[in-house]
Design a protein around this ligand. Structure first.
Ligand SMILES: Nc1ncnc2c1ncn2[C@@H]1O[C@H](COP(=O)(O)OP(=O)(O)OP(=O)(O)O)[C@@H](O)[C@H]1O
Length: 222
């Protein structure tokens, strides 16, 4: 995918400046930056949900997006939430529900599922779309640490099993290290890319992790 953005504004407010990025297929981008910098905006632009910007985003392939809220259809069963959104078959939906640990809950309505189970359902629905790139917009925010940890493990496993690329907007460096292969940090007004580095090997290297955390601190204050 090639991102070549000249600028993105909301009215008179310029949010994103020039952003040029080449993202290889299968890369997992952890997108960090201070609150309100434009991470969600960029993700929406990649998803094609916002086309009102100067520049172009090319060769994206199919995307699926997971938001912080699971955004499920309340009057539809778990299986139907997967099939209606993606037109995948009921048997494929059941297989995906089993993969995310919802075996036996296929006919439950969203309100009959815990928040963690609803997140799993949203993840199954996203993979049912067979995305080339999974877009995660703070998909694990507001979960208790244990549930977040389980969701990280599940997402990591599914991304690997399905060979999916990803862009995840997050505030959490450890989440970035766990799921990302490349770190991109947005900062400044309008925001541009201030840091772009490979995360290979960083997860097991406390020294490099701390060094990145220090650089983030500076960029978050800029
Ligand atoms: N539809 C919109 N209309 C006007 N301004 C908007 C709109 N969507 C986003 N913005 C503004 O654009 C800026 C970037 O917002 P965005 O949600 O992309 O940031 P973010 O980095 O994802 O923030 P957070 O980490 O808090 O989720 C913010 O100043 C926000 O107020």
């Amino acid at each position: 995918m090639r991102i070549d953005i000249a600028g993105k504004s909301f009215g008179s407010v310029s949010v994103l400046g020039r952003i040029e990025l080449d993202i290889a297929s299968g890369e997992r981008i952890a997108l960090l930056g201070p609150s309100g910098i434009g991470k969600s905006t960029l993700i929406r632009m990649v998803a094609g949900l916002d086309r009102d910007f100067a520049g172009r985003i090319e060769d994206v392939g199919r995307t699926a997006i997971v938001f912080q809220e699971p955004t499920l259809l309340p009057w539809r069963s778990a299986v139907q939430n997967v099939t209606l959104a993606t037109r995948c078959s009921a048997s494929d939906a059941r297989a995906l529900l089993a993969e995310v640990g919802l075996e036996g809950r296929e006919d439950a309505f969203p309100r009959q599922l815990s928040l963690g189970q609803q997140r799993r359902l949203a993840l199954a629905r996203a993979f049912a779309a067979k995305p080339a790139i999974l877009l995660l917009d703070e998909a694990f925010a507001s979960l208790d640490p244990e549930t977040a940890d389980r969701m990280h493990a599940l997402t990591e496993q599914m991304i690997r099993t399905h060979g999916t690329g990803a862009i995840l907007a997050t505030h959490d460096l450890d989440e970035a290290l766990r799921l990302g292969s490349r770190l991109i940090v947005l900062s400044g007004r309008p925001a541009t890319v201030k840091l772009d580095l490979s995360l290979a090997g960083v997860r097991d290297d406390t020294g490099r992790r701390d060094e990145i955390a220090e650089r983030l601190k500076v960029l978050y204050q800029a």
